[in-house]
Design a protein around this ligand. Structure first.
Ligand code: GAL
Length: 330
């Protein structure tokens, strides 16, 4: 009995110890010892702290009723926020955007889909702006939602969902460029084409024009970053929660045209993106030329238990690769 208590104590103590490395694809505990619940996430660096926003998934996964394709769902618990100074240890800051549990017609009711939230700070308005994919139980609504907050940890106030420039939107991300202009990048046209539209100065709307990228190539899960004046987009194919081959593309201008290069993943299961799907590329602050490729490793039958695969991006000239590593540190 004593031995058992000691083993249990050791497991708990180990899981709560400060971490100093990444173990891609393994369970990742927050500073309270709970698996991080921030899927399809994105990270904002603000005043010396990293904030990780993600889908806060309910603990029960089910097939969406009446939907023919493999539409696994968990209740939309809003958007969670975790903070960290070192990128290894994350403190749960609570739900930055709470679901509306009262109004069954709300975009952010738990029966809806709230995915891939990304937050950027607007220097002019002093507001934090969150964009996310908003959908209904069969993904037919295909819209982009926007919320605004006064603090990085929220609370964020939901404003509305739109079809940007009258176009459908599913997987999306936002990017704030060095000149303060921000852009919405979203899978559109039935997921066949990725559109990129600049946001208005307050980041709350799209400007009314867009470019069409990867036309008819069915790319989604966009993760964008800038290096040496060039823009890179890593994306996935369209196979729902199931993995497929990643691809990266490069452009001189954020709105394109993008030239598709190849699958940057290297190592075992590289052709399946290590069983992951792109969500964000994080520029590490204060370490020159260091970017972390963030993938979600979805567990479609137990979505809350989906894992995170964070790997360093390697560069050779303008070419990038993402080699697998079981464990690594910055
Ligand atoms: C994927 C998408 C995910 C989620 C999933 C639902 O294609 O990248 O964010 O929407 O489909 O099946």
């Amino acid at each position: 009995m004593k031995t058992l208590s000691f083993i249990i104590f050791s497991i708990i103590a180990t899981s709560m110890c400060a971490m100093g490395s990444f173990t891609p694809g393994e369970k990742w505990a927050d500073t309270d010892g709970r698996h991080i619940n921030a899927h399809g996430g994105g990270i904002m660096y603000h005043n010396g702290t990293y904030y990780w926003y993600g889908e806060y998934k309910g603990d029960y996964t089910y097939r969406s009723p009446g939907v023919g394709w493999e539409c696994y769902r968990a209740e939309a618990g809003g958007v969670s926020c975790y903070s960290s100074k070192d990128l290894y240890n994350w403190k749960f800051e609570g739900i930055a955007l709470s679901p509306d549990t009262v109004n069954t017609h709300s975009d952010i009711h738990p029966t809806m889909v709230i995915e891939r939230p990304k937050v950027i700070y607007n220097e002019t308005t002093g507001k934090f702006v969150m964009w996310m994919h908003i959908d209904n139980h069969d993904y037919g609504k295909a819209s982009a939602g926007v919320a605004v907050g006064d603090s990085p940890t929220g609370p964020f106030t939901y404003i509305e969902s739109v079809r940007p420039n009258g176009q459908i939107a599913r997987d999306l991300t936002v990017y704030k460029d060095d000149d303060g202009k921000a852009y919405l990048i979203y899978s559109s046209e039935g997921n066949a084409t990725m559109q990129i539209s600049q946001l208005t100065a307050d980041y709350l709307k799209t400007v009314g024009t867009y470019t069409r990228n990867f036309a008819d190539k069915f790319r989604e899960a966009p993760a964008i970053f800038k290096r040496g004046g060039k823009y890179y987009i890593v994306s996935s194919g369209c196979t729902g929660w199931s993995p497929n081959e990643a691809e990266y593309a490069v452009a001189d201008c954020i709105t394109g045209p993008y030239t598709a290069i190849n699958n940057p993943c290297r190592g075992k299961d590289a052709d399946k993106t290590f069983y992951g799907q792109s969500t964000f590329v994080l520029p590490v602050q204060g370490v020159e030329d260091t970017f972390i490729m963030m993938f979600d490793k979805w567990n479609k039958v137990d979505l809350i238990d989906s894992r995170y695969i964070w790997l360093p991006i390697k560069f050779e000239g303008d070419e990038l690769t993402v080699p697998w590593q079981d464990q690594w540190s910055l």
